[in-house]
Design a protein around this ligand. Structure first.
Ligand SMILES: Nc1ncnc2c1ncn2[C@@H]1O[C@H](COP(=O)(O)OP(=O)(O)OP(=O)(O)O)[C@@H](O)[C@H]1O
Ligand SMILES: [Mg+2]
Length: 241
């Protein structure tokens, strides 16, 4: 009876699972698939994302990701990421964990360390200090790091955004409202994404109990099976029979 031991491991506090990786590695795709599998196994699941996840956080997300935002300093960028996160933890993540739910979050503090710490060269220490000060040092129970070649994944993200912006342009010609432009980071150069990738690998090496790298180069179904195995092993959740 898989349901019984799932429930016994879920008492009191829920589980906090984050998805990390470069743009286009398939985080959002895999988060949706895992949410589906966990719900099918009877779990209460909250799907959320950063920056964003609350009304205020989604406003901050627009500022951070819109390519029309120009000249944002790296420190201001980092501060906005943490403003969104502090609100998200207070309003969504911690209450859900207190109710024993599984929270699946698309990006969390590892993204700030990889993108602002490594990519923007602000360093890990400031990011981790801000996490302690502003986020009560809340740590995920498990982080799935989707790993693939930076050129491949960033290429995927750019093609996806191009399709979204073509659709938005079509719709706006028909009078519908315009889709959000979320291209600001994708416009960075190869050296930036190489640093971000290096940052992720350093985080995984530093915290092997929490962070599990999953090869993201296969099909979505293959990656999903790997993630189900990791979640089952690490957290003793998932899996209907
Ligand atoms: N395993 C895969 N093989 C091929 N294409 C994929 C795979 N997984 C996702 N995709 C496609 O690649 C694009 C990027 O995937 P997705 O949006 O899930 O990535 P992401 O990591 O959430 O990106 P971002 O960081 O930009 O939000 C999407 O168009 C998606 O449909
Ligand atoms: Mg995504």
């Amino acid at each position: 009876m898989p349901g019984a031991d799932i429930i016994s491991t879920m008492s009191r506090r829920g589980k906090f699972i984050t998805f990390e990786g470069l743009d286009g590695t398939g985080k959002s795709t895999q988060l949706r698939k895992l949410a589906g599998s966990l719900r099918a196994a009877g779990h209460k699941v909250v799907e959320t994302r950063e920056p964003g996840g609350t009304a205020t956080g989604e406003k901050i997300r627009r500022v951070l990701l819109d390519s029309a935002t120009q000249g944002l300093s790296p420190s201001a960028e980092m501060a906005l990421m943490f403003a969104s996160r502090a609100q998200h933890i207070a309003q969504v993540i911690q209450p859900a964990l207190d109710h024993g739910q599984i929270v699946l979050c698309d990006r969390f503090t590892d993204s700030t360390e990889a993108y602002q710490g490594y990519g923007r060269k602000l360093g890990s220490e400031d990011v981790l200090n801000l996490h302690r000060i502003l986020c009560g040092d809340l740590q995920p129970d498990l982080t799935i790091l989707l790993d693939s070649d930076p050129a491949m994944s960033v290429g995927r993200a750019k093609r996806r955004n191009q399709r979204a912006s073509d659709r938005a342009n079509n719709n706006s010609r028909k009078g519908a409202s315009k889709h959000a432009d979320e291209n600001r980071f994708e416009q960075q150069n190869r050296a930036f994404f190489a640093r971000v990738h290096e940052g992720y690998l350093a985080i995984a090496a530093r915290e092997p109990q929490r962070v599990v790298a999953v090869d993201a180069s296969g099909t979505p179904a293959q990656t999903h099976r790997r993630i189900l195995d990791v979640v089952g092993q690490k957290l003793k959740v998932a899996r209907s029979a």
